[in-house]
Write a protein that binds this ligand. Sequence first.
Ligand code: ADP
Ligand code: MG
Length: 442
Amino acid sequence: MTVTTFSELELDESLLRALQEKGFTRPTAIQAAAIPPALEGRDVLGSAPTGTGKTAAYLLPVLQHLLDFPRKKSGPPRILIVTPTRELAMQVADQARDLAKHTHLDIATITGGVAFMNHAEVFSENQDVVVATTGRLLQYIKEENFDCRAVETLILDEADRMLDMGFAQDIETIAAETRWRKQTLLFSATLEGDAIKDFSERLLNDPEEIEADPARRERKKILQWYYRADDIKHKTALLIHLLKQPEVTRSVVFVRKRERVHELCGWLREAGINTSYLEGELEQFKRNEAIKRVVDGRVNVLVATDVAARGIDIDDVSHVFNFDMPLTSDTYLHRIGRTGRAGKKGIAISLVEAHDNLLLGKVTRYIKEPLKSRTIDELRPTTRPPSEKLNGKPSKKVLAKRKEKKENEQKEAKPRVKERHRNTKNIGKRRKPTAAKTDSAE
Ligand code: ADP
Ligand code: MG
């Protein structure tokens, strides 16, 4: 049976109402697949592409559980959600509060960058759901400020990112501290790689394994193309031109290093474009403010490094720009995943200097489709596109073509050589078999 409505999932009226108010009319593929086993109390190992609703896939069953089994006295958290970044923790908590709006359930966050005073109330008051990042949570566990004994469900969100960021040991410690739990839910964009398999085997107990293939309407439609730039000045001019297009309503501009963040924001400001920015060293309240300015629509452009932008979910991003090309294809995918969420169309534009061609080659091989190049009339590049040699490893098609060309050249070249040898030297005879082979290939 395929679930097509939220009411089929037998969720509480209060949750259904909240879903309706959020405009979630039907469950996404991962939600339809993960909610029933999670409601039964099973462990779940769930994966689905970014932007397809994994958050509600784990929040809804645990909120339902808390409503089904209310506790008599208030106490420490029963649901612990661990995320790789603070922004993600806050976004998950926001979504949990939205969904639990018509219930009495309390949701709190424990993340770095917040003074202990603000967490003190988390420990003194009743909490049903706590969303935490690993570092601060572990600190509080060690100081015995956080009581793990009431945790019934442990949820690991963006497990792939957590492993990438080197949190495996921290998660294992948290899992050991919450050993009285009855359920573990692990969600990830991918389940590829030994690390995550190994990790989930140790943490989960006979899990329901779900690799949700999102319905076409959920799948992202990300249009991708690139512009060639002569140098950084030209690249900046291209970006400014593009950002001024009316259809660019909300964009994230990615750069590789934090120094570049400040530089670029300055250049854009000079061109009359106001930006918000995120970089790793930013204080927490400034990060929150930066995201808020974009979400409120006070600015249309967010400039960010990859590290700083991890996990953030800003809705309705119309365009992602790669001002600096990412060093890996994985990063490219994460970047462009910021646009085109939940079935909406998105556009990802790369700005490519000659020295980025290797990276461009990598990306196109990874996404298995060539990125098309575009130009803007008044901002055409003056340098010629780099030759194929600079383009990293050539594609199979190119290799095949090259081979063909080489063979043709050889075919043309060989007979001449052969003839000369045959005519001038005796040893020409001994070489005949090879030459014959070449001939017969013609
Ligand atoms: P993921 O964690 O898989 O990357 P999220 O949980 O962040 O995805 O959801 C991506 C976006 O889709 C969010 O803006 C969320 O509000 C929206 N969303 C989630 N579930 C639904 C649904 N059933 N119907 C419509 N929108 C949804
Ligand atoms: Mg998510």
